[in-house]
Ligand binder design. Structure first.
Ligand SMILES: Cc1cc2nc3c(=O)[nH]c(=O)nc-3n(C[C@H](O)[C@H](O)[C@H](O)COP(=O)(O)O)c2cc1C
Length: 211
């Protein structure tokens, strides 16, 4: 476990207010494009934090599937995260592009996208993923891997043939509308750059935080 005692230097490339665009979603799109080109493995993966019914935070990785006025991801609405969002839709999303010494932290609220939007996205997924959306009751316990394989086989049989697999009603997208977006860039001596955009009634304000 050498990594526990290593001290990486995160370099000298600065993050300066004057280099950043006024709209943080456009700034995010720029960073995501740069992460793709780097290339970062699964650059659209982020850790999504939600609040359970008992007020405790839970987190898991999901994939960003669209970017407009918010950040889109898709999942099972009956999963643990789906139930959490039914009760409290405040979320945090963390993109960790460590090889680039970059991190983006988004705070906001997640709401379901329209059923039409979910259906369109579901139709673009590989058939195996579509079948799996029917086969897996995400976040529920199951007796064995064999039992899970059986559920997949049953779903495959149900949708056998060339016909389309319809979107399950319990599967769809969420849009995270941000209220705060922090862009973090690692620097030497742990003197990192942190630029935060905060949503106000008049648009976005920008401030720099100490590392
Ligand atoms: C790289 C990566 C990408 C993932 N993408 C998704 C995704 O887009 N949607 C999803 O529901 N689960 C995704 N998962 C699985 C989740 O991390 C998680 O196991 C699942 O959604 C159940 O979470 P929950 O029980 O907290 O609801 C992904 C996992 C990894 C490691």
């Amino acid at each position: 476990m050498d990594s526990l005692s290593r001290h990486e230097d995160y370099g000298s490339i600065p993050l300066h207010e004057s280099h950043m665009v006024a709209d943080p979603l456009a700034q995010f799109a720029e960073w995501l494009t740069e992460a793709e080109a780097f290339p970062i493995y699964e650059p659209n993966a982020f850790v999504l934090g939600t609040i359970d019914d008992d007020g405790r935070p839970t987190a898991r990785t999901v994939l960003l599937k669209g970017l407009d006025e918010g950040f889109l991801f898709a999942t099972n609405y009956l999963s643990r995260k789906g139930h959490a969002l039914d009760g409290d839709n405040h979320v945090t999303a963390v993109f960790g592009w460590y090889a680039m010494h970059r991190q983006v932290i988004i705070e906001g609220s997640a709401t379901k996208v329209s059923p039409e939007e979910s259906t369109d996205y579901f139709a673009s997924r590989p058939r195996g993923s579509q079948v799996a959306a029917w086969a897996s009751e995400q976040s529920k316990p199951i007796d064995s891997r064999d039992a899970l394989e059986q559920q997949f086989a049953d779903a495959e049989q149900r949708f056998a043939g060339d016909g389309e697999v319809p979107r399950p009603p319990h599967w769809g997208g969420y849009r995270i509308v941000p209220t705060r977006i922090e862009f973090w860039k690692g620097r030497s001596n742990r003197m990192h750059d942190r630029i935060v955009y905060l949503r106000t009634p008049d648009g976005w304000t920008v401030e720099r935080l100490q590392p």
